[in-house]
Design a protein around this ligand. Structure first.
Ligand code: ATP
Length: 434
């Protein structure tokens, strides 16, 4: 059963995954702050992406480029001229919308008026600012709307210093900014967000093969981290939808509570970007293939995912409600690699003898995993809270522990309980936590 939107937003706020930004000032539209659990989940998603895209491969390296780059970058990339969405305004209520995202292009979704839209105007999505103390047109700078360009302009630096030869990739995770006309659906579309992008450079005649490879590979990544297959689909872009730089794009779509929507786009960007930057900068970014004695501009296959959007999708996907002895149990069935807390250590009561043991256990486990030492409320309520935030294991220290040196380990999904000797606890958990 698809989970409804409000349920997941409420859980996010109640448990401290995501807060409305500037809440004490009444909130700031479309900006969100990640709370103690949200920041762990987001970091884990990024960590898993980095692990599979960079650490596990010898053909991909990472960079971390500046958010504010030379404005010529965005002229060369085509963003100044054409990174825009069609904006329409309702003449009746004066709300503004992105024309290509309207359910009915003739009816205003805010006031219901028909045929009230102005002609669409192209609205550039880049945030503009000024570098330095003088606010003139010469000092205009942009906040990057994608992390990709920081990779293209470093192509030669990275190739040379990391001694890479084709095919190879450069990966980056970082913040991007787009002045979206209609942000919304919680953290799905915001004006400040995080991306996880990788540019895979290859010979032009191998681009189709690598394109198919990356489409499959990226789909597999979501499935491997436990996303449900029925909630994922691959969707090829129609010719009219393709970005100015792409000759082929597949979206990885997720079934959000409001319908299918994009998590990631995998595009064949051809040699568009390296060619543009070569021409605009005057620096030759072509590649010399020593084996074939050939010089050419590499083609690029780009898997571009949203870290914040993907985190939201994992949260939605993991949510389930179950009937347990006549009561509803809410569980986040997150893969243990993504779970914000891996193990909760719970003393049965606040008695000093128990607290001392549980604190010692928590401190020992903390060196390896994200641990919560949770001492408040009844044990039942603590289990429920840990289920709701997706903690895979709860370790309970009770009065018998003082005599038998053992603790109870409860599994989140099966709720089965094992009695484990304290000196075997770390290895027991290590076998189960990936
Ligand atoms: P959309 O059609 O949803 O505006 P896009 O096709 O322009 O997105 P890309 O330029 O392909 O998006 O960006 C790659 C990824 O970055 C997207 O798949 C998405 O996960 C993420 N992303 C893009 N814009 C936003 C945003 N405003 N808020 C959150 N994530 C975003």
């Amino acid at each position: 059963m698809p989970i409804d939107f409000d349920t997941i937003v409420n859980l996010s706020k109640k448990r401290g995954f995501v807060f409305q930004s500037s809440e004490i000032y009444g909130g700031f539209r479309s900006a969100y702050d990640y709370g103690p659990l949200g920041v762990e989940l987001l970091r884990n998603v990024k960590e898993q992406w980095w692990h599979s895209m960079v650490r596990m491969r010898d053909d991909i390296v990472g960079i971390d480029s500046a958010v504010i780059q030379a404005p010529q970058v965005w002229v060369a990339s085509g963003h100044v001229a054409s990174f825009s969405d069609p904006l329409v305004e309702c003449r009746n209520c004066h709300n503004r919308f992105r024309e290509d995202k309207l359910d009915d292009p003739d009816q205003c979704p805010a006031c219901g008026e028909r045929d009230s839209f102005t002609e669409p105007k192209q609205f550039n999505l880049m945030f503009k600012t000024h570098m330095g103390p003088v606010e003139t047109d010469e000092n205009i700078a942009y906040l990057r709307p994608e992390t990709a360009q920081g990779i293209f302009i470093n192509f030669e630096n990275v190739r040379r210093t990391a001694r890479m030869s084709l095919p190879f990739g450069i990966a980056q995770i970082g913040k991007s900014f787009r002045n979206e006309i209609t942000p919304g659906q919680f953290v799905f579309r915001t004006r400040e967000f995080e991306q996880m992008e990788m540019e895979y450079f290859c010979r032009p005649d191998e681009a189709d093969t690598w394109f198919r490879y990356w489409v499959d590979e990226r789909r597999r990544w979501y499935l491997d981290l436990g996303m449900r297959e029925e909630n994922l689909r691959l969707r090829p872009h129609g010719a009219d939808e393709l970005s100015h730089y792409s000759v082929g794009t597949f979206d990885v779509d997720y079934r959000f509570p409001w319908g299918w929507d994009e998590l990631e786009g995998i595009a064949n960007r051809t040699d568009f970007d390296l060619r543009q930057h070569s021409e605009h900068s005057g620096v030759d970014l072509s590649y010399f293939d020593q084996e074939r004695n050939e010089r050419f501009l590499p083609y690029v296959i780009e898997p571009a995912a949203g870290a914040t959007r993907t985190t939201f999708a994992f949260l939605i996907d993991a949510y389930r409600e179950e009937e347990v002895r006549g009561e509803t149990r809410v569980v986040l069935g997150l893969d243990s690699r993504l779970a914000p807390v891996k193990v909760a250590v719970l003393p049965l009561s606040k008695k000093p003898q128990l607290m001392e043991v549980s604190q010692r256990i928590a401190d020992a486990l903390r060196t390896r995993w994200a641990i919560e030492h949770d001492i408040t409320q009844s044990i039942g309520r603590r289990y429920r809270r840990q289920d709701e935030i997706g903690t895979p294991y709860c370790v309970t220290v009770d009065f018998d522990s003082l005599d038998d040196g053992a603790v109870t380990v409860r599994d989140r999904d099966s709720m089965a309980q094992d009695r484990i000797s304290m000196d075997k606890l770390a290895s027991y958990l290590a076998e189960r936590l990936t």
